[in-house]
Design a protein around this ligand. Structure first.
Ligand code: MFK
Ligand code: FAD
Length: 497
């Protein structure tokens, strides 16, 4: 019989992940570490099942039905199996609730769950991230009425009461430059705010709520300072509110199970989070949380790609021995693992910092450090995920290019990490915003801490020289904004590395 190649098998994503196990053992007190194990084991089991399912069933996409047979507008979206399982699974394992408890360790415990669940979720993690971000922004607003109404739903451990939230920012005229927002907010005769306009990308249109930027009637016609941040609800019992119209689902390169929609708002009732201005400032806590999710999920894509490539290297033979015994192939995998471990450390550093800062358990420099590392981690891991998934596909030779191996989807999906939640350039500029404070000093302090006990004098001196050069460059061009912007991506990559 002709030769048949064994397909790659996915090792258990939790029990086989040395980087994750080592981090959790190191960072968590023993009791919390032990208490976390069952949830992570179950999410790892689910991830393994989902990979098997994806390899053995025909892929589906969400389907939008706009009208029923009798002419009624219904805008019904049928979801894929992983999406139908999302609420029950994530509430059972307290994915969001874990991050909003009373401990500074909660964010690490949350993001460990996210990391294991992400690939299996088929980007159900996208609206989950936005729900987490919305919960964080609403808490930061101090709006007691909204906090009491919404948080029990967003952080629910019961799928029957769980709500997903969207993040409606991007419009046709501006995704990066949201100052071009055309959606307006008007008060009706009863004083109820209502939104009118078009949101161009809405990835959580099946959710029950959203935070939306809009320009209150009479506010300045341009710029983000004049925008306000509103909370909206999308459902009227079991039906979608008639003031929310789904125009189309987007046909995308990747994230195809995620129903990303173009929508119209035609008087959708809305409630301001806080003042009727400075909406971007108010939505910033949400952005920083979803950017953390993005970094952790990008790292999860890398872990999956490397894990499959490593397994395959033990099954596939070429030139008389398994690929894993070919020195150059083994070196290729080792280089990928090293890049992955650096990215993993960066992503989980911001997850831990977020927990410490939110709970008042941070050292004095750590709030500024978090502000800088968040855009750096997002932009670095977003780009690296594409590179790593591409390299991993090559590790399978021609099979990596064949759709029903399940492998090409890794690469297509990875491309999104660099685009949404602020592109690489926009985040490079955001890191300049962060560097205007004392975050370079904070990074210097952090680097000294990370290097403590490390005898590698060369590394210490290389880092010192890099930070000195960055400080000189920032000083030298402080008055030349265009030069600073042109160099922002290079600086961001250098600092992230
Ligand atoms: C599976 C993975 C899960 C990930 C989920 C993905 C879901 C994806 C869905 C989306 O893509 S949602 C849309 C995301 N859109 C963006 O991320 C917008 C990208 N554009 C930017 O981030 C621009 O930089 C920005 C809109 C913020 C520019 O606006 P401005 O008004 O021109 O900036 P400005 O004036 O510098 O900032 C206004 C205020 O916000 C300032 O504060 P003050 O008013 O107090 O001076 C800034 O300091 C503050 N700010 C801006 N970005 C901040 C921030 N504060 C803290 N953190 C930040 N990141
Ligand atoms: P533009 O802002 O037009 O950017 C085009 C290019 O210009 C980019 O390369 C950018 O880096 C560059 N650029 C822009 N400004 C500058 C500058 N000052 N200096 C240097 N370069 C610059 N948005 C939502 O609000 N909610 C969602 O749920 C949502 N879901 C999404 C789902 C998917 C799958 C995708 C792909 C996008 C989603 N988005 C969502 C939109 C996303 O956030 C935007 O596409 C993104 O922020 C970029 O905005 P834009 O598309 O308008 O591109």
């Amino acid at each position: 019989m002709a030769f048949l190649q064994d397909p790659p098998q996915l090792p258990h994503p939790y029990r086989s992940d040395r980087a994750l196990l080592a981090l959790l053992d190191r960072a968590l007190p023993a009791e919390r570490r032990a208490a976390l194990d069952a949830d992570l084991d179950a999410l790892g089991d689910y991830a393994q099942m989902a990979w098997q399912r994806a390899c053995t069933t025909t892929r589906r996409k969400p389907v939008l039905t706009q009208w029923d047979a009798w002419g009624q507008r219904v805008d019904r979206i049928e979801l894929t199996p992983a999406w139908q399982e999302g609420a029950a699974l994530t509430t059972r394992h307290a994915v969001l609730a874990a991050g909003h408890g009373d401990s500074a360790y909660g964010r690490l415990e949350e993001f460990a769950r996210v990391y294991l669940y992400h690939l299996a979720s088929e980007f159900y993690t996208c609206p989950l991230a936005m729900t987490d971000g919305a919960a964080t922004a609403i808490k930061a607003s101090g709006n007691r009425e909204l906090i009491e109404r919404v948080l029990p739903h967003f952080l629910s451990r019961d799928p029957a009461t769980f709500w997903l939230s969207g993040q409606w920012m991007t419009e046709t005229a501006g995704g990066s430059d949201v100052g071009h927002t055309e959606t307006v907010a008007r008060q009706d005769a009863a004083g109820q705010w209502r939104l009118y306009g078009r949101k161009w990308f809405s990835s959580a249109v099946v959710g029950e709520a959203a935070l939306a930027l809009a320009r209150p009637d009479g506010a300045a016609a341009a710029g983000t300072a004049a925008l306000a941040l509103f909370y909206v609800e999308t459902m009227d019992g079991a039906r979608r509110k008639s003031e929310l119209v789904i125009d189309r689902l987007k046909d995308k390169l990747g994230t195809q199970e995620l129903p990303t929609a173009e929508i119209h708002l035609d008087g959708l009732p809305a409630w301001p989070l806080g003042e009727l201005a400075n909406g971007v400032r108010q939505v910033a806590p949400m952005l920083n949380v979803t950017r953390t999710w993005n970094a952790v999920c990008a790292v999860a894509s890398m872990a999956r790609a490397i894990s499959l490539a490593r397994d395959f290297a033990e099954r596939r033979r070429a030139f008389g021995r398994p690929l894993i015994e070919q020195p150059l192939h083994a070196q290729t995998l080792a280089d990928m693992q090293a890049e992955f471990e650096g990215a993993f450390a960066l992503a989980f550093e911001i997850a831990q910092l977020l927990g410490r800062v939110e709970h008042g358990a941070a050292q004095p420099h750590e709030a500024a450090l978090l502000r800088l590392l968040t855009p750096l981690a997002k932009l670095w891991t977003g780009k690296l995920a594409v590179q790593m998934c591409s390299e991993a596909l090559e590790c399978f030779g021609g099979a990596g290019y064949i759709e029903d191996t399940g492998l090409p989807q890794l690469l297509r999906d990875a491309q999104v990490y660099a685009i949404w939640e602020g592109t690489t350039n926009v985040l490079s500029l955001d890191s300049l915003r962060a560097l205007a404070g004392d975050s370079l000093g904070a990074l210097r302090t952090a680097c000294a801490g990370w290097l403590e006990g490390n005898d590698d004098m060369h590394a210490a001196s290389a880092i010192r020289q890099t930070l000195d050069a960055a400080a000189r460059w920032l000083d030298q061009h402080a008055a030349a904004r265009d030069t600073l912007e042109a160099g922002a991506r290079g600086l961001a990559f250098t600092l992230a590395r």
